[in-house]
Design a protein around this ligand. Structure first.
Ligand code: DP6
Length: 284
C-alpha cells in the first residue's frame, strides 16, 4: 500500500436558500437548498507519506490550509486511522472564477480520504450520506455537493431532491479575495437585529421555492430567490461590525436582470453568494 495513490473529484454548489447562521459541528440554523455546479470541480489526490503535506494550485490563506488539514485529521479520527498523507488539491476552474472552492474542495477531500482509509483498513467505503455528514463537519456547504443536481440540507444531513434541471451561468464581477470569510459571516450575522425571524423566513421561503420549482412557476422562483439573497446580504450589512460584498456593478447588473423580467415576463433565477458575482439559473 506504501505507493498507493487515491484521487477523487467533487463539484461546487450554489445555494438558493442560504445556509447562514450555525451551531457547533456546522449544524445549520435553517435548512438550505442548492444547485450543484457539476462543471466546477476540485480534484484531491492523496499519497501515503511520512508527514502530512499540502500542495495546492491556489494561493490559499494559512487559515484555509489549516481548516483543510484539520478536516483530514477529523476524518482519520472518525475511522481510527494513523497514516499521514501527501495531499494535492486542484480546481478545474480558476481561483479567480468567483466560485467558492470550499464546498468542492472539502467534498473532494472527504471522498478521497474515505476511499483511501477504507482501502487501508479493509472496510467498506461509507455511503454518500455518511460521507456528506463527515464533510459537513469540515465545511457546512460541502455536504450538499454529494447530491446532484439539487441538494436539500436539513440539520445533520443533505439529500437529493428531484426538481427541474436548470442551466447555470456566472456573471463575473469581482475576483478579489472575500473581505470576510463565510465562517466569520456565520458568527457575525447573529449580531444583526434582522437575525431575529431569519430562521422562520428562510424555512418559509424553502417550502415556497420547492413548490414553485415543482410547478415551474419561474416568476415566483425568481421572486423568492431574490428576496432570499437580499435577506442574507441585509444580515451582513446590519451586523456589528457590518460588512458587505456587493460592488456598484453588482447592483447595475441586478437592475439589468430586473428589466429583462419586466420586458419579457421571463428570465433567469438570480442569486448571490458571499461575494460580488451573480449566479443565474435559466430554465429550459
Ligand atoms: C454564503 O460552508 O463556507 O455560501 O461551514 O463555516 O465552512 P463553514 O461555512 P460555508 O458557508 C457557506 C455560506 C454561503 C451560503 C451557502 O452556501 O448556503
Amino acid at each position: 500500500m506504501k505507493n498507493s495513490i487515491w484521487t477523487a473529484s467533487a463539484p461546487s454548489n450554489i445555494a438558493l436558500i442560504k445556509y447562514m447562521g450555525k451551531l457547533d459541528g456546522n449544524i445549520p440554523c435553517n435548512a438550505s437548498l442548492s444547485y450543484t455546479l457539476d462543471k466546477y470541480r476540485t480534484v484531491v489526490t492523496l499519497k501515503i507519506s511520512d508527514n502530512d503535506n499540502f500542495v495546492n494550485s491556489e494561493n490559499l490563506s494559512d487559515e484555509s490550509v489549516q481548516k483543510f488539514m484539520k478536516h483530514l485529521d477529523y476524518i482519520r479520527q472518525v475511522f481510527g486511522c494513523k497514516e499521514k498523507f501527501y495531499v494535492i488539491s486542484e480546481n478545474n476552474f480558476q481561483h479567480s472564477a468567483g466560485i467558492a472552492s470550499s464546498a468542492s474542495s472539502f467534498a473532494a477531500l472527504t471522498l478521497c480520504a474515505c476511499k483511501a482509509i477504507s482501502d487501508l483498513l479493509h472496510i467498506d467505503t461509507p455511503s454518500l450520506k455518511e460521507m456528506s455528514e463527515i464533510s459537513r463537519v469540515g465545511s457546512g456547504s460541502s455536504c450538499r455537493s454529494f447530491f446532484s443536481p439539487w441538494s436539500l440540507w436539513q440539520a445533520e444531513s443533505a439529500e437529493a431532491i428531484e426538481l427541474p434541471i436548470l442551466k447555470h451561468e456566472l456573471v463575473l464581477i469581482d475576483t478579489k479575495v472575500k473581505p470576510v470569510s463565510s465562517s466569520r459571516a456565520h458568527e457575525l450575522v447573529r449580531t444583526s437585529y434582522l437575525f431575529e425571524g431569519r430562521i422562520a423566513r428562510a424555512e418559509k421561503r424553502l417550502a415556497s421555492l420547492i413548490f414553485a420549482l415543482q410547478k415551474k412557476d419561474w416568476q415566483r422562483c425568481y421572486q423568492i430567490c431574490w428576496e432570499e439573497f437580499w435577506d442574507m446580504h441585509a444580515l451582513f450589512e446590519t451586523s456589528n461590525p457590518h460588512f458587505g460584498y456587493f460592488s456598484s456593478q453588482t447592483l447595475q447588473k441586478l437592475r439589468d436582470i430586473e428589466h429583462l423580467w419586466k420586458r419579457y415576463n421571463d428570465g433567469p433565477i438570480v442569486t448571490i453568494d458571499a461575494g460580488a458575482n451573480i449566479h443565474l439559473l435559466w430554465h429550459q
